[in-house]
Design a protein around this ligand. Structure first.
Ligand code: HPA
Length: 278
């Protein structure tokens, strides 16, 4: 269990450090670059960047392909903050560590959070390298990141979860995808702790519960971001069909290959979407 005062002090120290390094910082939108979104960092115009390891208190990622960089960028004059690398529960992190960066973003004044991830596809008609906008999530199988002392300066103890993902933004993303000719599913993301992929029986259960895709990130962060009253948009890159739906056994290489295949569409979609949000 984390200590409230030292956790908050650490969050404030990290935010202060970032502000001191990114002079004139005024971004209100942050994007977490999940699998496939890596090239986005080069599409946006870089103002400045920091390695996670240089930020006091910031955790360090252990996942290959996640560089652990905070990038202050702009798209056509709109300032944004990019996070290349996130912290997963399966790496052994406590939930308070997985979601620490969301608290720091909130202290920095971030109001819009765009989360992207890799996921196994469950919805009928999904194909590897498709994209799905997350309309809702199932977090029943994981520990709440809000467990423990409530951080009152961010939000209340018992928070509503009826509209975690902003409906207007979902519609805007769908409109943007259709303008770009990009196929975009809409569905419910089910969070599993990992690191092992699910069994076919688990996927049948998740499908019966209404899950449209399954993955090992995003939900703890979205819960904390909703506690911080951010407007959240989340996109899954369907890197594989989920276990039992796929004709073959799952493997991490397939996930990486399909993330790369979807990369150009996901980067284009996020780029055009970010230009439109205020
Ligand atoms: N399950 C869980 N996480 C994932 C998957 C999956 O099938 N694909 C990519 N991340």
């Amino acid at each position: 269990m984390f200590d409230k005062d030292s956790y908050l002090a650490s969050v404030e120290r990290a935010a202060f450090y970032i502000q001191s390094k990114f002079s004139g910082f005024d971004a209100e939108t942050a994007i977490v670059l999940g699998s496939g979104l890596g090239p986005f960092a080069d599409m946006a115009e870089r103002i400045s960047s920091l390695s996670y390891s240089d930020i006091p208190g910031f955790p360090v990622t252990t996942v290959i392909g996640h560089s652990g960089e905070l990038i202050y960028s702009q798209i056509e004059g709109k300032r944004i903050l990019l996070l290349s690398g996130r912290f997963h529960y399966y790496e052994g992190n406590d939930m308070s560590v997985c979601t620490y960066y969301v608290r720091v973003l909130s202290k920095l004044g971030i109001k819009n959070l765009i989360l992207t991830n890799a996921a196994g596809g469950i919805l009928d008609g999904m194909e590897p390298a498709d994209l799905m906008v997350i309309s809702d999530h199932i977090s029943l199988f994981c520990e709440s990141p809000l467990r423990g002392p409530n951080l009152d300066c961010f939000g209340d103890r018992f928070i509503d979860q009826s509209y975690v993902y902003d409906r207007e933004r979902i519609d805007l993303l769908k409109k943007t995808a259709s303008e770009l000719g990009i196929k975009l599913h809409e569905g419910i993301y089910c969070y599993t702790k990992g690191p092992q992929y699910e069994t076919p029986a688990e996927i049948r259960l998740i499908k019966a519960l209404g899950g449209g895709a399954v993955g090992m990130s995003t939900v703890p962060e979205a819960i904390v971001a909703s506690h911080c009253k951010m407007k959240i948009t989340a996109i899954s890159c369907i890197t594989n069909l989920a276990a039992g739906i796929s004709k073959t056994a799952l493997n991490h290489e397939e996930v990486l290959q399909n993330a790369a295949k979807a990369s150009s569409n996901s980067c284009k979609l996020v780029y055009e979407f970010v230009k439109k949000i205020d």
